[in-house]
Design a protein around this ligand. Sequence first.
Ligand SMILES: [Zn+2]
Length: 258
Amino acid sequence: MVEGPTAKAYAIKINREFNGEVVKDVLVKSFRRIHIPIGELLGKRFVNADSLGKNILLLFNGLAIRIHLMIYGTIHIYSVNESLLKPERLVRLIVKGCGKKLVVYNAPIVEIDKAENLTSRLKSELGPDPLSNNWDREKAIENLLKFKNEKIGVALLNQSIIAGVGNILRNEILFRAGINPERTIQSLKITEIEKIVDICELLSKEFLKMKIEEKRIGSLLLIYNKYNGNCKICGGKIKFYMQKPINRKTFVCTNCQK
Ligand SMILES: [Zn+2]
């Protein structure tokens, strides 16, 4: 599952390894989200990669490619003549430069448009991103407070409130904050909401650090996927259920999360 930190780590890797490439060829498997003639990318220089929430954005002199990897997507960078490590049928996008080629496998979303259109559309759909340089803590709090009847466990996955939180972060944030995912936002004290937002930022950054170092994030997981496990704080049994209506795996210590 690709969450904000994984998307950001990919952007950093692409900047490092695809730096300076000029597009010689492009292959896309689906034209559903291709809003410009694909040939317009030819001859354009790769300028920068960044993430917005769980999206990865590649910028090429006025044009942009958005990639959303969802669960199974990956991005690999090869030398231009190197053969692909995965089967051809999994390829969704290839951007070939002079020295390197960038290959996207299995991503359900590949979108190409003018950079201006793509970034403004994404920014209007997404809440503040704890991993962006202009992370807006106050706006994140304000956004949460607009959904007062929503359960906090549900709201944290809503990308228009805070961008980049996936199911792992959601579970780990609420455990660290000591908040039960079933609490509605209006039942939370403002200090509890601030705590959730601050842990969200800190933990996203810790996840990112591990991803950049290509380490497994296992050591950061205190509750996620701990089926029949015991709470690291009180020793009590961790409860597992699917939270409604989102039907996502949810782990909670009912002693520590009130
Ligand atoms: Zn506990």
